[in-house]
Every structure is written in C-alpha cells, then in structure tokens.
Design a protein around this ligand. Sequence first.
Ligand code: DUC
Ligand code: ZN
Ligand code: ZN
Ligand code: ZN
Length: 460
Amino acid sequence: MSILIKNGRIITSADDSVADIYIEGETIVAIGKNLDYQAGTVIDASDKLVFPGGIDPHVHLSMPFMGTFSSDTYETGTRAALYGGTTTVIDFVLQTQGDSLKNALADWQSRATGTAVGDYSFHMAVTDFNEDIKAEIKQMVEEEGITSFKTFMAYKGALMVDDRQMFDLMSEVKKQGGMVTAHATNGDMIDLLVAKHRAQGKLSPLYHYLSQPEVTEAEASNRFAQMAGYTGCPAYIVHLTCEGALNAVRQAGARNYQVFAETCIQYLILDASLYEQDFEGAKWVMSPPLRQKKDQAALWAGINQGLLQVVATDHCPFMWEQKLMGKNDFSKIPNGHPAIENRIELLYSEGVDKGKISLSKFVEVSSTNAAKAFGMYPRKGTIAVGSDADIVIFDPNEKHTLSAATHHMNVDYSGYEGWQVAGKVKTVLLRGKVVIDNNQCLVQKGNGQFIKRNKVSNIL
Ligand code: DUC
Ligand code: ZN
Ligand code: ZN
Ligand code: ZN
C-alpha cells in the first residue's frame, strides 16, 4: 500500500514548508517538493496543515477508580482520540497494593489487546514499592518496553506511596534507565481538608476545589523535584495546574535537575469559576482541580519558556449517572473529565489561533516532546523519513462547535459544550493507513498496536 500526500504545509517541531509526503506500508519513505511516485492513493492537502499524529501520554481508559470504571474503553477511547488527531495514547497500569507489577500488567493487557483502535502504550503505576517490586522494574524496562513509572503522592490507602518508597523507587528507576512520573499533590493535607469540609456539612463540588488549594500541589511538586535532583532520576510531573507548582519546576531547572512537566488542556482554558454553580460543577471535578486565571497565564508562559513540555488530557470520563454518586458529597464524585478527542483542536484554537503559542510549539507539546520523553522518538512524534506514518491533515479554517451530541467519546456530556473551535481534524493516518476521513472512522477495534518504548536517554 502506498499513499502520496500532496502540497500540504508540513509542520514539525523544527520545520515549516509546503511539500509532499510519500508513504509505503507503515512508514514515511520520502518528503520533498513535487515528488514523483506512483501511489495507490493520492491525497490533496493544499491549504491544509499537515502535522505528526498527536500523542496523549496521560489517559485513563476502563480504569477501576472510586468504586466504578472510567466510561471509555480502549475501543471507544482510542477511536475518539483518532477523531481528534491523537494517534497514540499512554495509559496507566495500576499496581494493586500487595500484588506484583506483572499481575497488574496482565490485567491491563487483557482490556487493551485486540480492543484498541489507535496505538497505545503503558506507564506502570507503582503503588506499593518493596524489594520484590524492585526486581520487577528491570524486567518492565528490559522485557516489556515499559520505561516510565508513575507514582501518586495522594489517594492514601489505594494508590499513594510515601516519601521513603518514592526515594527508593527513584534510585532504582535511575539505575534501569527509566523515568519516574508523579501525581504531585500532598495527599495528607488534602485528606485533612476534605474531612474538615465534610464535618462542616460543606458538600458541594466547590469544596472539592477548596480541599486542594495551590499549596498542596506546589509543596508536593517541590518535594518530588528535590528528590529528582538528589537521586539524579529523570522526573516528570503530570497534570501540573498552577503557578506555585511551576515555580518548583523552574527552580529545579535552574539547578539543572532533569525535571519535566506536563499540563493538560483544561488547565489552560478553564478556570475554577465553573465550580460556583450547584452540582453542575461535578463535570469538572478532577484532581487537581481547575485553578485561577493567573494560573492559566502562568501555564501558557511556562509552555513558551520550555518549563512545560507536554499538553495532555488526563482523560478520565464518567457518565453523568456516575458523577451523581457524589450528589450529596463531593468526595464521592468520581474524579475526571473527558478531553481525549478535543485536545488538539482546542490547543490549536485557543493556543495557535489566539496567538499564545507558535505552530511549532503546538506540534512540540502535542506530539514531539511526549515521544521524546517517553522513548518513542523518532518512530513517533515527527514527520521524517523512516518514521511511522502517523499524520494529521488539518483544516485551519473550518470552524465548528464541540458538543456531546457529536463527539465520539463514551460519555453523555461535554466539558466544552457549545465551544467554537477554529480548525478541524480532517484526515488522520496511523502507520500508513487512513483511519479517519470525512468524519468517519475506517478501522475497527484491534487496529491499535501496543508500542514498546525505549529507555530514557538524552531526552528533550
Ligand atoms: N485525577 C483525575 O481527575 N482522574 C483520574 C486520576 C487523577 O489523578
Ligand atoms: Zn493524577
Ligand atoms: Zn491521571
Ligand atoms: Zn472537532
């Protein structure tokens, strides 16, 4: 099978030029002006942007959480991702405390294998670290191609590791050539504030927000970053939301620690005023919560200053019925919001179209940097000879409106209902196959491949 994409404006993190792309099988074979190949399929990309398939390194599909499961499966979630221009996602395997990493991996593989429509990989979330688990780290890196290890500094009793475990884990992961990532919020402080609010009968979604003030994130981010400095382990803070946490990253960078950070699309464009309405605010109950306008400004600046390398989603959808589990108590609202399908179009619209970030920065933070940080570059994350032909053809002039009535995520509301976006994902290729065209998905479940990742070296 061969495809020739003609006359698109090809944007990578480094280049911007109008040219053709020739693809054979799963791979990009040539890039240049007026390419002369006899291709099975020719796609005219005149007046369109052509950029690498998006990589969302933070999603939760079919995740058991807070007594229920996130509502997108590997099938519905990765398909929705493709509609939105994201060709690869990285999900999180969650170790059950007291059990092995191997068993957790088998559990996640059973949900994803043969089900995913788009490509996927796993981070391993270590929730209970001891000598037995230490031996499994090497195995994950060397044999399974899982080179990043997630930790939770909150959710005590189910997911949280203490500082001793974190410190020990970082030393081991450093030795094995991996990366440690963290949900960096202070779980003890949050648990105390949650308990206080509940005791006072303060039970609406607003108190979810007020139980996780900025200091809880700034403190944990700083603690994690300092441990990264001491152990020398490459570290990555997931879903960074606020100025205080960003300052912790800035300080770590000033000392040349390898501390990377991700924010998510919602923290750039939504703010905490959404919690000031009765139960409706449950749509945006996520952890960490939405922040203030001043934090949005800090995050956009953080992207442009290179302090934040990735814009992900933390896609973790729940049906409205599931959100209602917390109708009378914010602490029982399943945490998470749907965005896997909307990330690229929102980032283009609110970032590039409104002049906050450049096109090359857009490609960096939506694709290239995640591929580099997580050991998939240059197979993924760029348009280059030899790379997987994961390609988005995007019309920067086709305005449309986001809505639950038209999205493909398995969730019955949108966090962005009625939002106008400035451009549209038109055609998507995954490993040389047209998977999305003209608002249709052309592939079935099982099309997605598990991507083994390389060790982390000389990242970013
Ligand atoms: N935060 C969420 O909002 N959902 C899933 C897990 C998390 O940390
Ligand atoms: Zn988290
Ligand atoms: Zn998450
Ligand atoms: Zn759209």
